[in-house]
Design a protein around this ligand. Structure first.
Ligand code: ATP
Ligand code: MG
Length: 191
């Protein structure tokens, strides 16, 4: 599951857990982006903070791991490169790439979109406020999956933290504490 995870929240975790159960996955690898190409105009928290928050959020689940492939690759992150590296690390794995309804809608605009379908199977999960449509995408390349609806976004968590509002119960406890400890999102100007 790729994402900016700025910060990781319970919407991500529920989607990953549901995909793992329903698709009988052995492992869900969370892959925080290095520099997300779609968010180049926005201020994104340093990749080390985002990586560590993802580690904290997933630490208690034996099925969840976090990969540094995107954080450690210099330059802008493209999913085609992510999948290439994950494949090299796991030559025999069946790879599934988990995305939310909003992300799958943009996938045709991603770099080398036509190559992606052969590199992994895509899973598009429902997300409140977004219409899940896989129109125009190869029918055998994408599985639609309804997951428990959590209307949580990282943008909203950042805004709340910036405004001094609580993010308790939107993100895992350890992530609330990490945000406070490092003063993340403080004085955030609106995006
Ligand atoms: P931002 O608001 O900064 O874009 P985000 O909440 O969308 O953050 P991302 O890191 O952009 O989080 O998302 C990573 C992946 O998780 C994307 O595929 C996104 O669609 C999916 N996702 C995020 N939040 C949810 C949610 N509440 N339910 C289901 N999928 C989600
Ligand atoms: Mg997003």
């Amino acid at each position: 599951m790729g994402g900016t995870f700025d910060p990781v929240h319970h919407g991500h975790l529920v989607a990953a857990s549901e995909a793992a159960a329903r698709l009988d996955l052995d492992e869900v690898v969370f892959v925080p982006t290095g520099r997300p190409w779609l968010k180049h105009h926005k201020t994104v928290t340093s990749s080390e903070h985002r990586y560590l928050m993802t580690v904290i959020a997933t630490a208690s689940n034996p099925q969840f791991t976090v990969s540094r492939v995107d954080v450690d690759r210099p330059g802008v992150t493209y999913t085609v490169d992510t999948l290439r590296e994950l494949r090299l690390e796991r030559p025999d794995a069946d790879l599934y790439f988990i995305t939310g309804a909003d992300a799958i809608e943009q996938i045709l605009t991603w770099k080398d979109a036509d190559k992606l379908w052969d590199m992994a199977h895509f899973v598009a999960v429902t997300r409140p406020g977004h219409h899940l449509s896989t129109e125009g995408l190869p029918a055998d390349g994408v599985t639609m999956l309804e997951v428990p609806a959590l209307a949580i976004s990282s943008s909203d968590c950042r805004r709340r933290a910036g405004a001094g509002l609580p993010v308790w119960y939107l993100v895992p406890d350890g992530v609330v504490q990490y945000i406070a400890k490092h003063g993340l999102y403080r004085g955030l100007s609106d995006e």
